[in-house]
Design a protein around this ligand. Structure first.
Ligand SMILES: O=C(O)CCC(=O)C(=O)O
Length: 275
């Protein structure tokens, strides 16, 4: 089993995450690269119904953008990562939460030459969860140049507006009167404090569900394989969006405002709950 020892996140890093909604964690999951790579190979060979529906095949003939999520309970190395890696404890520290509950994982593979742009968006309106204590850990399994890495807008997790969730192919996930259209960020790029990092396997970007982010296509010669692990904290509540969220979690029977407690979202920190 790879390294399971606890990680203490220093106060500056926690403070940066809280203030900017995004922070780079260097080398934190190095020993988990081999199992996660094996898990992604297994997933690509046996995608779920979501993977088959969400994978984007560009019309320009370039290579696909494979996506799939909510596979951690059937892919053993994903499950090992959730239960045994330091990720839950790291997430709890960044969120300033006593607990860390696993929300889901999302695998995103842009094959070499893939032209699909991940549009600017933030994740919370896609999800059936409200609350401020949450974090995604975006973990590339290949070296990623900053030009194809995740791009995040610093401080956008504190914006008041929430933006209408739109599928990566441009169609609306569902309609909601409280959500606005995301501004044309690329047209006013100088108005935003955008950060992106060149990364090595083992590094992770931690970002809030409310942080606005996006990514270019993959113009490099190697795949850009990413495992994004999403966590929620003490204040997480079920949100009924009045439409089908992404992921959909059709088995959930929670009501608006209920604490997000379900075997679908095991509490991993501090007490491991077996799913
Ligand atoms: O990897 C990408 O292109 C986008 C990642 C993303 O949107 C996410 O992890 O929430």
């Amino acid at each position: 089993m790879p390294d399971q020892s606890p990680r203490i996140i220093d106060a500056d890093t926690v403070e940066t995450f809280q203030r900017e909604g995004v922070v780079l964690l260097k080398g934190i999951f190095k020993s988990w690269m081999a199992p996660l790579t094996q898990g992604i190979d297994e997933l690509i060979a046996h995608p779920s119904q979501y993977g088959l529906a969400r994978t984007v095949t560009p019309t320009d003939g370039s290579a696909p953008f494979f996506q799939d999520y909510c596979n951690w309970s059937r892919i053993q190395s994903f499950k090992d990562f959730v239960y045994c890696s330091p990720a839950a404890e790291v997430a709890a520290q960044l969120m300033g939460s006593n607990t860390a509950r696993f929300f889901h994982e999302h695998t995103l593979v842009k094959y070499p030459g893939n032209s699909t742009i991940t549009p600017w968006h933030h994740d919370q309106p896609y999800y059936c969860v409200e609350g401020r204590q949450n974090v995604s850990l975006w973990i590339p399994l290949d070296p990623v140049d900053h030009t194809i890495s995740l791009r995040c807008i610093r401080g956008s997790h504190l914006w008041k507006d929430e933006f209408s969730p739109t599928r990566f192919n441009g169609t609306k996930l569902y309609e909601h009167k409280n959500f606005k259209e995301i501004p044309d960020i690329d047209a006013h790029i100088e108005d935003y404090d955008i950060v992106s990092w060149s990364m090595e396997p083992g590094d992770a970007i931690a970002f809030s569900f409310r942080t606005v982010h996006g990514a270019s296509g993959n113009h490099s010669m190697q795949p850009r394989r990413v495992f994004s692990a999403r966590w929620v904290g003490d204040d997480a509540q079920f949100a009924d969006r009045g439409g089908i969220t992404s992921p959909p979690f059709p088995e959930l029977t929670l009501k608006q405002g209920d604490p997000l407690i379900s075997p679908l979202f095991p509490q991993i920190w501090p007490n491991k709950e077996v799913a």
